[in-house]
Design a protein around this ligand. Structure first.
Ligand code: PRP
Ligand code: MN
Ligand code: MG
Length: 182
């Protein structure tokens, strides 16, 4: 039987640790947006798990919408030029928007996305990201709701993929070297 957990080198965050961190972020968001309706914008596909759990941890009235973007660049190197593959259905005029992401790596996708959503007349655009890699940052992104800071290593699980796989791992971990060979 194939178990995707065998492809993990080590677990960085368990399901429980992720759950607790999301509860903590949700409590802050509930307090900060009390009395408002928040529009959560999830960035496909990595953000699906964070979105599903964060949305259910919130007690605020929320709406959900989704974007899919792709950054142009050579190979794995992101260039900061972003193309919209799937746009929002929602008119952002006057809306309080919270972008929901799994991870900020170089920061290029999010800094572009935030500027793009702000230009559509949103009342505010803030960011919630479960993971952040400070050592990989190429641009500084102001993340109001940040979960864990991690080292500059390749992580999978809880929405994060390697070749589109491993998104369904319940925890977050480091990919074992035997998976990508040496
Ligand atoms: C990953 C991740 C973030 C983005 C971060 O998405 O989910 O969206 O990269 O990178 P950056 O900070 O360097 O811009 P990916 O492009 O792999 O798509 P996916 O969410 O469908 O896996
Ligand atoms: Mn993504
Ligand atoms: Mg990916």
């Amino acid at each position: 039987l194939t178990d995707i957990a065998d492809d993990l080198d080590s677990t960085l965050y368990t399901e429980k640790q992720i759950h607790d961190k999301i509860a903590e972020l949700a409590a802050r968001i509930d307090a900060d947006y009390a009395g408002e309706t928040l529009l959560l914008v999830g960035v496909l596909k990595g953000a699906v798990m964070v979105m599903a759990d964060l949305a259910r941890a919130l007690t605020l009235p929320i709406e959900m919408d989704w974007m899919a973007v792709s950054s142009y660049g050579s190979g794995t190197q992101s260039s900061g030029v972003v193309r919209i593959l799937k746009d929002l259905d929602t008119d952002l005029t006057g809306r309080k928007v919270l972008i929901v992401e799994d991870i900020i790596d170089s920061g290029l996708t999010l800094s572009w996305l935030r500027a793009n959503l702000e230009s559509r007349g949103a009342a505010s655009v803030e960011i919630c990201a479960l993971l952040r890699k400070p050592k990989a940052a190429k641009v500084d992104v102001d993340v109001r709701y940040a979960g864990f800071e991690i080292a500059n290593e390749f992580v999978i699980g809880y929405g994060l993929d390697y070749g589109e796989k491993y998104r369904n791992l319940r925890g977050i971990g480091v990919l074992a070297p035997h998976v990508y060979g040496d």
